[in-house]
Structures are given as C-alpha cells and as structure tokens.
Ligand binder design. Structure first.
Ligand code: ZN
Length: 274
C-alpha cells in the first residue's frame, strides 16, 4: 500500500489514507452502520484530522500514515493532477465510450465499476454527468489500486498510461450548465451572448430530458431557438449542429431527431410570419 501511495505522490497526485474494506460489506472502522465502507478518510488526532484537505505528496507524511495503518486504502485527491470519470453501469460506459476516442488509463473498482483517469479539468465534482456516470474533480477523491473494497475485491488497473485531456464534448457535460437568461430578450444589451447562452441551455435541457419527454423537449427547444434564428441572432446551422448531438445523447434516433428539429424550426418561422 505504502509503495503505491508513494508512486502516486511522486507523480504529483495528493494522497490520503482511507479505511479499508474487510469483505462482506465491512469496514475497518468497525462501525456496523458505516455508510461508506472502505471509502472514508482515516482520522487521528495528531496525524490527520481533515481528510481530503490534508492529502499530501510528502513521502515522510505518507510513511507516517502507512506506518500507523499499513493496510489503509489509498485515496487520491482529484482536481489537482487528474480528474476521474466514475462509471457505474454498462449504459454509462457505452455513453462515455461514444464520447472518448483516445486511450484512457482505467481502474476496475472493487464493485465492478470503472474509473477513467483524465488530466485535471479544473471543474468541480458532479453527479450524474450522464446516467450512471459521475465526475470527481476539484475537492473530490477516489479510491485507487491496490485498495480493498468492502466486497473484499481489490481495485485494479486494467490499462495504464498518461492521463489524456478530457475530450471537449465530455468536458461540456461536466461543466456547470449556463445560468438561465436573467432577463427577457428585449432588455439584453448583448443579444448575441444571450443567444449563445440560450443555445447551450436548451441543448443541456434536451440532453437531460427523461424518456417519454425527449421528443417534446427537443421540439420546444428548437421552436424557442428558431425564433432567435428568425431574428438573426443565431445561425440555423449552429442550432441544428448543437441540438442534434444533444438529442442523440438523450437517446433519440437520427431520423426522429432530424424530423423534430425541422418541424420546430418551421413552426418558429410560421409563428414569426403571422
Ligand atoms: Zn467505515
């Protein structure tokens, strides 16, 4: 454990000691009601009292911690050198694979999920970036190999290498959504800025639309943006090229997506003409 912790620290990744899974859902903290077995920071009045915030790259500090708890799981602070895309379901993995076209160092977690390591983005933690996919960024941490999960399984590297930059399309999903436009269009002093914020906003809404509402969400988003197109504030091609991948990510088919966008844009034109 110590050797691995030292290797991560040598690469600049701050490390913290965590409790260890003991198999059968148990945790080394021995509290029967522990709600994060094998995942929460160790505590000691003289060694570490602030968990994540004391994560360190100092070998002397790490040696002291692992001398006290030789079996402590290894926690890695994210948001400094690396961020981690935490994938828990097969669907989540399919979505992420559709967005990532490079080799990514990957860990199989003790629960069978995957941790994909990217260069730090500077973005904060975010849950449900996509269904079954969370992001660990600034002020987050992950459990790293060779730690032991509550199930008794170890975390293992299944591919290694340098952490690549996060692909822009995935980064856009992790970034906090733009603030909704604060004022009606007529009062906005920078109409083009308003229009591009509206475009981002609607695309985000489409991407996150639950099954059963996706087509309606896409239609009303296209109609609203269509009015901005008709007013000359947005380019129709930008609308199509932004909403189409958003709708596909939400799970709509190519044909349905194209048809709905066409009819939304045409409804916006009609309304403006009347
Ligand atoms: Zn515990």
């Amino acid at each position: 454990m110590l050797a691995s912790a030292l290797r991560y620290a040598a690469a600049g990744v701050p490390v913290l000691p965590l409790h260890t899974g003991t198999g059968g859902g148990g945790c080394s903290c021995r509290r029967p009601q522990c709600d994060r077995p094998g995942k929460h920071p160790r505590w000691h009045p003289r060694l570490i009292t602030a968990g994540l915030h004391q994560a360190s790259t100092d070998p002397a500090v790490l040696r002291r911690w692992w001398a006290t708890w030789p079996a402590a799981n290894v926690g890695l602070r994210t948001g400094v050198v690396v961020d981690v895309c935490d994938v828990d379901t097969a669907d989540g993995l399919r979505l992420v694979q559709a967005l990532v076209d490079c080799e990514v160092p990957t860990v199989r977690t003790g629960s069978g999920g995957l941790h994909l390591y990217f260069a730090a983005t500077g973005l904060p933690n975010r849950v449900r970036v996509l269904p079954g996919v969370d992001w660990r960024g600034v002020d987050g941490y992950v459990v790293a190999p060779p730690s032991t999960h509550a199930s008794g399984e170890r975390y293992r590297w299944i591919s290694r290498g340098p952490a690549p930059l996060c692909p822009p399309v995935l980064r856009a999903l992790v970034a906090p959504p733009p603030e909704p436009p604060p004022r009606p269009l007529a009062e906005i002093h920078h109409p083009s800025r308003y229009a591009s914020a509206a475009l981002d906003n609607e695309a985000d809404r489409v991407r996150r639309a639950p099954v059963g509402t996706r087509n309606n969400t896409l239609y009303s988003a296209t109609r609203r943006l269509g009015r901005l197109v008709a007013s000359g504030l947005l380019d129709e091609r930008d609308v199509v090229e932004t909403l189409t991948p958003a709708a596909r990510l939400a799970g709509l088919g190519a044909y349905e997506t194209a048809r709905t966008i066409r009819s939304g844009l045409s409804a916006a034109r009609t309304r403006l003409a009347s």
